[in-house]
Design a protein around this ligand. Structure first.
Ligand code: ATP
Ligand code: MG
Length: 592
C-alpha cells in the first residue's frame, strides 16, 4: 500500500502568477500548479505532480492498446538517415525534422515519428502471413522542430507520443483492425473523462473514412469541427476536410453552350472594387451569383480555381485534387503575366491556356458575375461551356454555416477542438518502399498493409485542463487526477481527537486504493485550500476540531460549491462514491 504523499516533502513549486510567455489557460495552470517548467523554447520538464497525470494517461493507453492485441516496444529516438532515404522522407520532411551528425559524420535525425524504423524492424523479422497481423506500439519522446512552439506542452518541440503501427496480410484485415483501434481510442479518451469527438480527417466520399482525428472539445481549440446535429447520424469532420460541394450542385448551372437560358455577356465598370462583397453591394446582387477565381502556380505554370462567390477555397482540397502539395498562391505579377489583369478583376473566360478547376457549386451558377480580366471591370452572364471550360471538377471549398450535413442533409453544428489523437490507414506506402513483405498462402511475396495510430500524451494532459478548469484552477477528471483526494488535518495540537480520526481515515482511504496527498505544511488553512483548488484534486477532506465538533469530516468535491459534514464512519464510502469509484477500480488500485 502506497503511503499518503506528504505535501511538506513533495516537490510542488506552485506559483501565484504564470510566467509571461504562458499563452493559454492550460499552460498557465500547468506552470502555476508546479506540473511543468520550461528549459528552452518548446522543451519542458515534467515535475512530480505533472508526471503523475502523464503516467495515468499512459496507463490507460497501455491497457487499451494491449486489449486490442498491441505489444509494447521501445524504438530508438535517434534514427539513421539511411532509413529515411528509403522512403524519400529525408528530402520531403521539412525543417521540423531535427538532423545531426555523429562523430563519424554519419547522418541521423531525432524521431518525429517512427514508420521507417518500425517497418525496417518488421521487414527483418516477419516472413509469413501466419505471423500477421502484428501491432507494435510505444510511448516515447518525439522531437519536431515546430516553427512556432506554443501553448506549453500542447505544441512543444519535444513531446511524449504514443505511436502504434499495425501490419496486416491484406487490405480487408487492416480495415477490420482500423475499426478496433478507433474503438480503443474512444475508450481511452472516455476513460480519461474527456468530452471528445472522433472526426473524419479525410474525405469519406468513397464510402467510409480511414483517417480520424480525435478532438477534445474546448472553446480554446485550434481546430474547427463540423458535426451533424443529429446524434443518430454521427457525421463529424475537421472543417478542413469536411465534404462541402457535391456533383449534384452543378445541376442548376448551364447545361451546354446552347442552353436557351444563357444571356449575353456584358462588361460593368467597377473601378477599385476587388472583393465579391463590394461588387455585389454596388450591383445589388447576392454573392452567390458570382464566379470567383483564384490563381495558383504549379511547377511554374498557372492553374485556376473557380468558386461560387460566397464560398471560400479549401487549399488542402485543391492540392489533393491536383495531387500537388507544392501548389502555391500566385502573386500580383503572376496575375498580370498569366491573366492580364490585377487580382480582383480576373474571370474564367478567355484563358484557354490556363486549366480551370471548378468547385461543383461554382458550376451551378447560371449567368454568373465575375472579373472581366481588365482592371476596373467585371462582367455579367459568364457561363461554363460557352465562355470557358473546366479541366476538372471537384469539391474544393470550405464548409460554411448553413451547409447541410453531407450524410443526412440535416443541420450541422460547429465546435472548437484540440487534436489529441490521429488514426490512419497507411496502406502499403512504407512497406512497398522498404520491401516489408510477407509470403502469402500461395508463397507469393506481398507488401504488408499498414495502419498507424498516434496519441499526444502531453497534449492530452493540456487538453484535459482546457476542458476542465475554473477561475481557481484545474478540475481534474478523477481517472487522470494526480491524486484522488487531498487530506487537510488542522488543530493537531489543540485536539487529541483529530490525530486519531486522521489516522483511521487515512488508512481506510489508502486501503481502498485512494491516492492521497496530505497537506501537512505549516501554512494557513486558506493557503492550503487555495493550493488544493489550483492543483485540482477532485476530493478535499478536512479534519479539524471544528469539523469533529460538527459531527465528522468536511468533504468537498472540487466542483461542489459547499463542503458537507460526513460522520467518520461514513467518510470512506462517501468519498468512494463521490470519486465515482466502483469496487473494481478500488481493488485495481490497491493491487498495483
Ligand atoms: P498537428 O496537426 O497538431 O501538428 P500532427 O498531425 O502533426 O498534429 P501527428 O503526426 O498525427 O500530429 O501526431 C500524433 C499526435 O501527436 C497528434 O494527434 C498530437 O496529439 C501529438 N502532437 C503532434 N505534434 C505535437 C507537438 N508539437 N506537441 C505536442 N503534441 C504533438
Ligand atoms: Mg504537426
Amino acid at each position: 500500500m502506497t503511503p499518503a504523499a506528504k505535501l511538506s516533502r513533495f516537490f510542488l513549486p506552485t506559483l501565484r502568477e504564470a510566467p509571461s510567455d504562458a499563452d493559454n489557460v492550460s499552460a498557465k495552470l500547468m506552470f502555476r500548479s508546479g506540473m511543468i517548467r520550461k528549459v528552452a523554447s518548446g522543451i519542458y520538464e515534467w515535475l512530480p505532480l505533472g508526471l503523475r497525470v502523464l503516467r495515468k494517461i499512459e496507463r490507460i493507453i497501455r491497457e487499451e492498446m494491449d486489449s486490442i492485441g498491441g505489444q509494447e516496444v521501445s524504438l530508438p529516438v535517434v534514427q539513421p538517415r539511411a532509413l529515411w532515404d528509403e522512403t524519400s522522407r529525408w528530402g520531403v520532411y521539412g525543417k521540423e525534422l531535427l538532423r545531426f551528425k555523429d562523430r563519424k559524420d554519419g547522418e541521423f535525425c531525432f524521431a518525429p515519428t517512427a514508420e521507417e524504423v518500425v517497418t525496417d524492424l518488421v521487414r527483418r523479422e516477419i516472413r509469413s502471413w501466419r505471423q500477421l497481423p502484428l501491432m507494435l506500439y510505444q510511448i516515447g519522446l518525439k522531437f519536431r522542430d515546430e516553427i512556432r512552439p506554443r501553448f506549453g506542452v500542447m505544441r512543444s518541440r519535444e513531446f511524449l507520443m504514443k505511436d502504434a503501427y499495425s501490419f496486416h496480410a491484406g487490405e480487408d484485415d487492416v480495415t477490420r483492425y482500423y475499426g478496433e483501434v478507433v474503438g480503443a481510442y474512444k475508450k481511452i479518451f472516455g476513460r480519461c473523462g474527456l468530452n471528445f469527438r472522433p472526426v473524419e480527417a479525410q474525405s469519406g466520399a468513397i464510402g467510409g473514412s480511414f483517417s480520424h482525428e480525435f478532438m477534445v472539445l474546448a472553446e480554446t481549440g485550434e481546430e474547427t469541427i463540423v458535426s451533424c446535429a443529429d446524434p443518430q447520424c454521427g457525421y463529424a469532420a475537421n472543417i478542413e476536410r469536411a465534404e462541402a460541394s457535391r456533383p449534384g450542385d452543378a445541376r442548376t448551372g448551364p447545361s451546354s453552350a446552347n442552353d436557351p437560358n444563357l444571356k449575353t455577356p456584358a462588361d460593368i465598370p467597377t473601378p477599385g472594387l476587388h472583393a465579391v462583397e463590394e461588387v455585389a453591394k454596388l450591383l445589388g446582387e447576392q454573392p452567390r451569383r458570382f464566379l470567383k477565381t483564384q490563381l495558383y502556380i504549379l511547377h511554374g505554370k498557372p492553374v485556376m480555381a473557380l468558386l461560387r462567390g460566397d464560398h471560400q477555397l479549401n487549399e488542402a482540397k485543391l492540392a489533393a485534387h491536383l495531387a500537388a502539395p507544392e501548389i502555391r498562391r500566385a502573386n500580383e505579377d503572376e496575375y498580370v503575366k498569366f491573366l492580364g489583369c490585377p487580382v480582383g478583376f480576373a474571370g474564367p473566360q478567355g484563358h484557354p491556356d490556363v486549366p480551370i478547376h471548378a468547385d461543383y457549386a461554382a458550376l451551378g451558377v447560371l449567368n454568373g458575375i465575375t472579373g472581366a480580366n481588365k482592371n476596373g471591370f467585371h462582367a455579367r452572364n459568364i457561363n461554363m461551356w460557352r465562355d470557358f471550360n473546366a479541366a476538372g471538377q471537384a469539391d474544393l471549398r470550405m464548409t460554411t454555416a448553413g451547409d447541410p450535413c453531407p450524410r443526412c442533409g440535416r443541420n450541422l453544428e460547429w465546435h472548437k477542438g484540440i487534436e489529441v489523437g490521429h488514426t490512419f490507414k497507411l496502406g502499403i506506402k512504407y512497406s512497398q518502399a522498404m520491401g516489408a513483405t510477407y509470403l502469402d498462402k500461395n508463397q507469393n511475396p506481398q507488401p504488408a498493409v499498414m495502419g498507424c495510430y498516434g496519441i499526444g500524451v502531453g497534449r492530452t494532459v493540456a487538453a484535459a485542463i482546457e476542458q476542465n478548469h475554473d477561475a481557481a484552477g484545474i478540475r481534474w477528471p478523477a481517472s487522470i487526477a494526480p491524486f484522488h483526494a487531498v487530506l487537510i488535518v488542522l488543530d493537531l495540537a489543540a485536539d487529541p481527537r483529530v490525530r486519531e480520526a486522521a489516522a483511521s481515515l487515512r488508512s481506510a482511504l489508502l486501503a481502498a486504493g485512494v491516492e492521497l496527498l496530505e497537506d501537512d505544511r505549516e501554512d494557513s488553512p486558506g493557503v492550503k485550500f487555495k493550493d488544493a483548488d489550483l492543483i485540482g484534486i477532485p476530493l478535499r477532506i478536512v479534519l479539524s476540531k471544528k469539523s469533529l465538533d460538527r459531527g465528522g469530516a468536511e468533504i468537498k468535491l472540487r466542483s461542489a460549491l459547499q463542503p458537507e459534514i460526513v460522520p467518520l464512519s461514513e467518510c470512506l464510502p462517501r468519498s468512494l462514491a463521490l470519486l465515482g469509484f466502483s469496487g473494481k477500480e478500488a481493488v485495481a488500485a490497491t493491487t498495483e
